[in-house]
Design a protein around this ligand. Structure first.
Ligand code: GDP
Ligand code: IMO
Ligand code: MG
Length: 423
């Protein structure tokens, strides 16, 4: 019985899905507590590839309960599409293994339209969002004008409230010169979706507490990453939720004192998708990884920007999340390199700093200070035990452990569930 939070230590896509899937074997309940279907978590098991967006990765295991917590923004159409796709792959999804918080907020078609309209208006300054309506949905929540999933169980109230919201948001869309959302068609479609999803909707905070009381273990599947956090990330080039460890508590109703462990997941290098500052960005690494067919987004298919491992970011993420352990994925991505660099500090206009500055202008002004490591030049993908890793690969990991302040507990040497080494 132990409750663990898994978070991303970089800009998302660190391999959280794979690590959560690996850890699910020894857990009972897997909880998503923030974000929406902007997330794309890849799990490869038994030769099958699954991509999860809203549904916790635990759904791939039999007998595990999956919870979409109150901190999530949920697009009912996106969720139904995801359920259909997973069922097509043979995954069983029923109210017996998927619960949705009745206080999670709904992402509606007008949120997606607003997201896209705002991005178009930003022009060069666009955030590069996933276009899933995440920002506008959270804005409505915070502004206290959102619709919560409980309404999917109350069709008469839903119909009235939704009609009102669509008309209201259509005024904004019209003013932005964007096509309005059709009122009656949308209301009818949401009512149809509500019928299918209603049996999954409940007070999931109560469920989680009862599970804990019954001696079950909870695993919180983080979405996005520390530097996409609305408070701690590279604002405004961030998402609209708290993606860090604290968000797992507010987004589920499970209090901090019931959390036993935090695992931060990071790649052995760095990637980012979308706009925003990236101190260690390096086109050669990007070309190398893209030529290997890697680092294309799971949600939007966009090529990810790539760079050297930034230990300044990982160390700060360990601090903000209170991470006890690190899971380092994609170590095999560096197999072919003669020389591998780690950024250990930044030079900001002549001053050496050890944490990321708070403005985009200052981050952009940072020069990375690198130390150089010799590459292991060996295919790691078939390694069976941590002890069997080449000494140079181990030295690279040990140095990261030293720089970050957290113990490396897991190492990924391939995308498959089996390609995970316990350190
Ligand atoms: P998430 O959003 O954090 O769950 O990560 P994504 O699934 O979006 O992106 C991670 C990518 O790396 C996916 O394509 C995974 O299949 C892949 N991956 C995860 N761990 C490893 C690893 O250790 N080695 C390799 N080669 N691929 C990995
Ligand atoms: P997972 O869970 C990587 C990025 C977008 C954009 C910014 C804001 O798979 O790690 P949004 O649509 O949230 O308003 O976009 O955040 N972003 C992600 N990048 N992985 C993710 O999720 C992301 N979710 C959002 O690219 O830069
Ligand atoms: Mg992803």
């Amino acid at each position: 019985m132990s409750n663990t939070i898994v978070v991303g230590a970089q800009w998302g896509d660190e391999g959280k899905g794979k690590i959560v899937d690996y850890l699910t074997e020894n857990t009972d309940v897997v909880v998503r507590a923030a974000g929406g279907n902007n997330a794309g978590h890849t799990v490869i098991s038994n030769g099958q590839k699954y991509i999860l967006h809203l549904i916790p990765s635990g759904i791939l295991w039999e007998g595990k309960m999956c919870v979409i917590g109150n901190g999530v923004v949920m697009d009912p159409f996106g969720l139904l599409e995801e359920i259909a796709k997973l069922r097509g792959q043979g995954v069983k999804i029923t109210p017996e293994n998927l619960l949705i918080s009745d206080t999670a907020h709904l992402v509606m078609p007008y949120h997606k339209a607003l997201d896209r309209a705002r991005e178009a208006k930003r022009g060069d300054k666009k955030i590069g969002t996933t276009g899933r309506g995440i920002g506008p949905a959270y804005a409505d929540k915070v502004e206290r004008g959102g619709l919560r999933t409980v309404l999917l169980t109350q069709p008469e109230i839903l119909e009235h409230e939704l009609r009102e919201r669509i008309i209201q948001h259509n005024e904004t869309l019209l003013a932005a010169g964007v096509e309005e959302v059709p009122v009656e068609e949308t209301v009818q479609k949401v009512l149809e979706a509500a019928k299918v999803l209603a049996p999954h909707i409940t007070n999931t905070a109560v469920y989680c507490h009862e599970a804990i009381k019954a001696g079950k273990s909870l695993l919180f599947e983080g979405a996005q990453g520390t530097y996409l956090d609305i408070d701690h990330g590279t604002y405004p080039f961030v998402t609209s939720s708290n993606t860090t460890a604290g968000g797992a508590c507010t987004g589920s109703g499970v209090p901090p004192r019931m959390i036993d462990k935090v695992v931060a997941v990071g790649k052995a290098y760095t990637t980012r998708v979308g706009s925003g500052p990236f101190v260690t960005e390096n086109e050669d690494i990007g070309d190398m990884l893209h030529n290997m067919g890697r680092e294309f987004g799971a949600t939007t298919g966009r090529a990810r920007r790539c760079g050297w491992l930034d230990a300044v970011l990982v160390r700060y993420a360990v601090m903000i999340n209170g991470a006890d352990e690190l899971a380092i994925t994609n170590l095999d991505g560096l197999d072919g390199l003669d020389e591998i660099k780690i950024c250990t500090a930044y030079n900001l206009r002549g001053t050496v700093i050890h944490y990321p500055p708070s403005t985009v202008a200052d981050i952009e002004a940072c020069e990375p200070i690198y130390e150089s490591h010799q590459g292991w030049k060996q295919d790691l993908s078939q390694t069976k035990k941590f002890a069997d890793l080449p000494p140079l690969a181990k030295a690279y990991l040990m140095r990261l452990e030293e720089l970050s302040g957290a113990r490396i507990a897991l190492v990924g040497i391939g995308p498959d569930r089996e390609q995970t080494l316990v350190a």
